[in-house]
Ligand binder design. Sequence first.
Ligand SMILES: [Zn+2]
Length: 135
Amino acid sequence: MKYCTECSSEYQDSVTRCADCGGTELVGAAEMKKRGLLLANEVDTRKFVRATTTDDPLSSDAMVAVLEGAEIPVFARPRRDDSTAMPWWEILVPEDQLAKATPLLKDERDKMAANADEAAKAAEEEEKETEGTGS
Ligand SMILES: [Zn+2]
């Protein structure tokens, strides 16, 4: 089986051109997976929209976990900035779940920011203590 990289339609191995969208790149299931593309039978017919983006995989995992916990279908797609080659992650949810997902993601983001603040404060405290022992 081969799949169209443009629209995920499924084809016999002998087919070289997608009849649905005219795409000429048909690849095997393993290659589709490698590129983070969904196969035709995995494609959710709902329209997925971007709920948020992150710039590291850990935040991306955390966001996905929060949404999965709320039983919102979600997938994260690694992207790369064309100009800087910096990776970032796009978190997608079905359009009809976006209103539910947005406040959850905001909470998670606040929590992450608070943790970062705490870590910074702890590091600062430690620095003060170290300075103190010197005098
Ligand atoms: Zn196609």
